[in-house]
Design a protein around this ligand. Structure first.
Ligand SMILES: C[S@@+](CC[C@H](N)C(=O)[O-])C[C@H]1O[C@@H](n2cnc3c(N)ncnc32)[C@H](O)[C@@H]1O
Length: 303
């Protein structure tokens, strides 16, 4: 598979799993919807590997959606603004980060958000109850260099211009038009890591709303894939989804987590991917794995 460009370094990006996830996209897809976009790893991998004709990405964090629009429609302005921030920080990076954080909280500027995401601890966005960005800087590094960003942003814009619609809205609104000829890929914030005491993303997922929406997609026969819970070493996050949704759970090997590597442990992260009945009907990959169990070794497995 071809390697996709990436302009937004984002914790929780599905970049490493993109090849495994894309292996289930072996049928014709009109529009790929990614309604919990973040950095949109699956949209980008699908676009470069020509897995769908059109794309819809959405995120409830509106400034992030605005950042996507700027990447696609105004790449040169974004590159210029990011470069100003990046170069401006060189004298006193710690203080500069705090100043840009204040600018972002007052203006919701997409380029300021990109600078904060690139510089903050673990590239993990954090917000307080009033929606203000409150994550601290990782002062051991300066964030993606402007020259690298320039390359990634231009490539993303070339890849998606004219083929993508970008929305800052709730996932349900984003996928309301999806049909049986499309595919919806969902990566909501994990249950286990988005509890009140550790609000990882801007919004917490309401599990009942998610289940209701999955049920509605099933009734409309819209093929979908859902990355949901995860297991790392002896820690497990999340729980299974209700049986009536009739989803097929497959396990993906995401390799060693950076945290485990840091602690010198050998834990391998196994992530679950749930396939909808309409998708299982279309993909050849599920039956192919059953016939060829050694494919598990490639990081693709079924339960
Ligand atoms: C786990 S991240 C997605 C990461 C993504 N797969 C990637 O490759 O970068 C989840 C995203 O969902 C967004 N989000 C949370 N609740 C949402 C909702 N109700 N509707 C739409 N987006 C939501 C968050 O802002 C966050 O960016």
């Amino acid at each position: 598979m071809k390697k996709a460009p990436h302009a937004i370094p984002y914790q929780g990006s599905k970049r490493k799993l993109a090849d495994s996830i894309l292996s289930y996209m072996d049928f014709e897809i009109d529009t790929l919807y990614e309604p919990f976009a973040g950095s949109g790893a699956i949209t980008l991998a699908s676009a470069i590997n020509q897995k769908a004709k059109r794309f819809v990405v959405a995120d409830k964090l509106e400034p992030l959606a605005e950042l996507w629009k700027m990447i696609v429609d105004e790449p040169e302005r974004l590159i210029e603004e990011y470069s100003l921030y990046w170069n401006g920080q060189l004298e006193d990076p710690a203080k500069y980060f705090r100043d840009v954080r204040e600018i972002y909280n007052n203006t919701k500027s997409p380029s300021a958000l990109l600078y904060l995401v690139a510089r903050c601890v673990k590239n993990a966005v954090r917000f307080n109850g009033s929606g203000e960005f409150n994550q601290g800087a990782d002062n051991r590094r300066l964030g993606m260099k402007p020259e690298k960003l320039e390359k990634e942003v231009r490539a993303m814009s070339r890849l998606l211009k004219g083929k993508i619609s970008i929305k800052g809205c709730d996932f349900r609104q984003a996928i309301s038009q999806a049909t049986d000829k499309d595919l919806v890929y969902m990566d909501p914030p994990w249950q286990g890591t988005s509890g009140k005491r550790d609000p990882r993303y801007a919004y917490l997922l309401n599990i009942d709303e998610l289940i209701e929406e999955l049920d509605s997609l099933n009734k409309r026969e819209v093929p979908f894939m859902l990355s949901f819970d995860g297991t790392c070493g002896d820690k497990s996050y999340g729980s299974d989804l209700p049986d009536f949704l009739n989803l097929k759970k497959v396990l993906l090997n995401a390799g060693r987590s950076s945290q485990a590597t840091l602690l010198g442990r050998d834990d391998v992260t196994i992530e679950s991917l749930y396939l909808s009945p309409a998708l299982v009907k279309k993909t050849k990959t599920v039956s192919h794995i059953k016939e060829n169990p050694q494919l598990d070794l490639l990081g693709v497995g079924t339960t």
